[in-house]
Design a protein around this ligand. Sequence first.
Ligand SMILES: Nc1nc2c(ncn2[C@@H]2O[C@H](COP(=O)(O)OP(=O)(O)OP(=O)(O)O)[C@@H](O)[C@H]2O)c(=O)[nH]1
Ligand SMILES: [Mg+2]
Length: 309
Amino acid sequence: MVFNRIKKAFKKFVDTVSETVATKEVKEEDIEPIIDELIISLVESDVALEVAEEIANKLKKRLVGTRVPRLKDVREYVISALAETIKEIVSRNYKPIDLIVEAKTRQPSNPLRILFFGVNGVGKTTTIAKFAYMFKKNSITPVIAAADTYRAGAQEQLRMHAEKLNVPFIGGRYGADPASVVYDAIEYARARGYRVVLADTAGRMHTDRDLMEELRKITKVAKPDYKVLVVDALTGNDAVDQARFFEEAVGIDFVVLTKVDADVKGGTALTIAATIDKPILYLGVGQRYEDLEPFDPERYVKKLLEGIS
Ligand SMILES: Nc1nc2c(ncn2[C@@H]2O[C@H](COP(=O)(O)OP(=O)(O)OP(=O)(O)O)[C@@H](O)[C@H]2O)c(=O)[nH]1
Ligand SMILES: [Mg+2]
C-alpha cells in the first residue's frame, strides 16, 4: 500500500494544526482555513467531495473547543482525532464475512456461489484466481466458471489459472450464453461434491444497458450467495457511479478493491467505504495469487496514518 498523496494530505493537516494551536484552545476560526485546505487535498487524492467534507466536519467537531497544554500533546491529540474520524467512516458499512467457514459448512449439494463483476480490466479474473488460491490453501477446492464468453482470450486466461491452481474449470465457447456456463459449473459442483463455485463475468461498462441486462440474467440463473463488485483503486471518483449502477442492476454484497499496491493517491477506499453501504472485504495488493488481503478497518487506518507522528 502506498497511498502517498492522501498520507501527505493528512500529515500536512496534522503539522499545520499542531503549529497553529500550540498552546491555546482550538478555535474554529483558527482551523477553518486548515480544514478547507484538507478538503482540497483529499479531493485531489481521489476522496469524493462529500466524503472529504464529512471528514472535515467530524474533525472540526472533535477539535474545536479543545484545550491542549503542550505542543507534543496537540500533535497526538490531532492524530488520534484523525484516526477516530477515519475509522468511524471506514467501519460504517464494514461487516466481515468468513467465506472459508461458510464454504466448509455448505452441503455439497448446495455449493457456495460467488459471482464477480465489474467494469473492464479492473482485475476480476485475477481476483478469482486469488480466491481460488485462498480456498485451496484452506483445503477447499472451488470450481471456476468462466462466464466471460465475450472477450477474446478470456477463456484461455482463466483456464491457465485453473490449471496452475489445479481446480476444475468450466468454460463456454466464444459467444455462448454466460448464464448457462455458470449454471453448468453449479451442476458440475453439485454432482461432484465441490463446495464453492467462483464465477467470472465479462467486463462491462456500468452504463451499458444491454450488458447490464445480461448480468441480471446471469444473476437470475446463478442465484449467487455473494455478488462481488470488483473495483480498481485507481478509478477514483467514478467508483461511486460504478457501484451505484451495479447495485441498482443486480445488487452488491461486497467489494474487492484491486491494484491497491499501485495506488499512489489512496482515496478510493475511503470513498467506497463511506458512500456505498456495502463492505470492502478484500484488497488486491499485487499480481501474484498471494496478493489478496482481507480488508480490516483498523489496519487500514493504521497504514494510512503510518509515519505521520
Ligand atoms: N498491481 C496489480 N495489478 C493487478 C491487480 N489485480 C489485477 N491486476 C492486473 O490488472 C490487469 C487486468 O486484470 P484482469 O484480471 O484481467 O482484469 P479483468 O477485470 O478480468 O479484465 P476484463 O476481463 O478484460 O474486464 C492484469 O494485468 C492484472 O495482472 C492488483 O491487485 N495489483
Ligand atoms: Mg476478465
